[in-house]
Design a protein around this ligand. Structure first.
Ligand SMILES: *Cc1c(COP(=O)(O)O)cnc(C)c1O
Length: 462
């Protein structure tokens, strides 16, 4: 299995290289040269199998012969043993045709653990084999950093630097990063918003010299292995609800469109997916794009669902590439133009291809608050503000047949917002309670790519 860049200007690489590199040298994102697939019978046979086994089967299709299937199976078992629910991603029924997929049973209480626990084992495994080390630079809108630090702290072949937008993430989110005591972890509080952090990351990753000298890598959702790991719960939940014999729809709280694109991957692998409803908060770039085809940045608004306060959804580049019939040069022009401030007009055929499976809806702050209240009073379930954004979108845009709503964070990760909406404090799992007492360690830094690169060089060299 080989991986090509969405911008068409980089040589194809193998799975291991695509996992370690993150971004392709031409600035594009890696995507498989051809899509693998499962037959209906193979998908039907996922029913009732342990989560880790389905994960190993899906990963195996993308790793090809680069990683032994036995090693993959072991890494999947270890990754999902870190979850505190035997189903790993349990389903909870909310209504006759609405189900919550609880993605928050991992160590940092958010869905990013699902991919990160696996990615950390996968990359440590291939680094060990190659006698290499890496430095992960991570830009987080809240939950990626905690999940990445939880997954990589103490690993032998990896250093990790987590950047977060200073003052724009919750205390619990921050503490998952800043209380790590391991020597291979550093945290930077960047004076800017998440888009500024992401721009710094992209600049650093495009710096070939830096990449070589410190073994720079990314674990943001631009990393294709993460997307693959996230496509697994589309399979397990859909199969539990009758797929492949009937299609299942999804509602996804979305920011960087990693989770949403993982649904597209499941669909390309053969899973019959009805509709994927992309729920955004007030930062509605994707909802607007699926409505009008115009991918145009707005100003970032701060909301109670901060992990989605994003006005440039990196993984949209992958969908654009696919929907334009894999037009590498066209994708390169569109997205390098976007990086320098221009809007993208999605070609009409491509928009038709996108909206054959995706729809978008945005939810404002008042409706998010109301949704947390309504869900609690109607179903007895407390949900976090991110999950509420998707539930509210689904309430206004229901689909025929069963719909799985991705519950991306535990309500205790956003206690203030949940309490303000429902009048009740969510119960904090023991894992998070322990964090409140530990000392924090982080350094403030300007929103300046050069300063961050210098910091990374010094850390990796010392
Ligand atoms: C990261 C995150 C999202 C957004 O996921 P994307 O893959 O970036 O679209 C939604 N909810 C929570 C709680 C998150 O941490």
């Amino acid at each position: 299995m080989r991986y090509i860049s969405t911008r068409g200007g980089s040589p194809p690489v193998g799975f291991v290289e695509a996992v370690l590199a993150g971004l392709a040298p031409d600035g594009g994102l890696y995507i498989p040269e051809t899509w693998p697939g499962f037959t209906r019978e193979e998908i039907a046979a996922f029913a009732g199998r342990p989560y880790a086994e389905v994960a190993a089967a899906v990963l195996g299709r993308f790793a090809g012969d680069e990683i032994a299937q036995g090693d993959l199976a072991r890494m999947c078992r270890e990754a999902y043993a870190a979850f505190d629910h035997p189903a790993v991603v349990p389903l909870v029924q909310l209504g006759s045709d609405v189900f919550l997929a609880e993605l928050f049973h991992g160590p940092s209480l958010a869905f990013k653990d699902v991919a990160m626990q696996l990615l950390a084992r996968l990359s440590d495994h291939v680094l060990e084999r190659a006698g290499r080390t890496q430095t992960i630079l991570c830009a987080t809108s809240g939950d990626t950093g905690g999940a990445a630090v939880e997954a990589f702290r103490g690993r032998a072949n990896t250093r990790i630097v987590a950047m977060f937008p200073d003052g724009r993430i919750s205390e619990v989110q921050r503490r998952f990063m800043t209380t790590a005591v391991e020597d291979n972890v550093r945290c930077l509080a960047v004076a800017g918003d998440f888009d500024a952090c992401q721009a710094i990351l992209k600049t650093a990753l495009a710096d070939a010299e830096l990449q070589r000298s410190v073994g720079l890598s990314a674990v943001n959702s631009i990393n294709f292995a993460r997307i693959v790991a996230q496509s697994v719960y589309y399979f397990t939940t859909a199969v539990a609800l009758g797929a492949p014999h009937r299609p299942v729809s999804f509602a996804v709280p979305s920011g960087n469109f990693g989770d949403g694109f993982a649904g597209y991957v499941a669909h390309r692998l053969g899973l019959p997916v009805g509709r994927i409803l992309i729920g955004t908060n007030a930062n509605d770039i994707l909802a607007r794009t699926f409505r009008t085809g115009l991918y145009a940045r707005g100003t970032v608004a701060e909301t109670q669902s901060p992990a989605m306060d994003i006005q440039s959804a990196s993984n949209f580049e992958r969908l654009f590439f696919e929907a334009t019939g894999r037009d590498g040069p066209g994708t390169a022009t569109a997205f390098s133009g976007f990086a320098s401030g221009r809007d993208i007009v999605t070609p009409p055929d491509a928009l038709v291809a996108m909206t054959a499976i995706f729809a978008g809806a945005s939810t404002d702050e008042a409706a998010t608050t109301r949704e947390m209240q309504l869900t609690l009073s109607e179903t007895g379930e407390m949900v976090d503000p991110h999950t509420a954004v998707a539930l509210s979108a689904l309430r206004r845009h229901p689909a025929p047949g069963p719909t799985v709503v991705l519950a991306t964070a535990h309500p205790a990760k956003f206690p203030e917002a949940v309490q303000a909406a429902t009048g009740r404090a969510p119960e904090t799992p023991a894992r998070a309670r322990a964090l409140a007492e530990r000392p924090e360690r982080f350094e403030p830094i300007a929103a300046d790519a050069g300063k961050v690169s210098d910091y990374v060089r010094t850390f990796a060299g010392g």
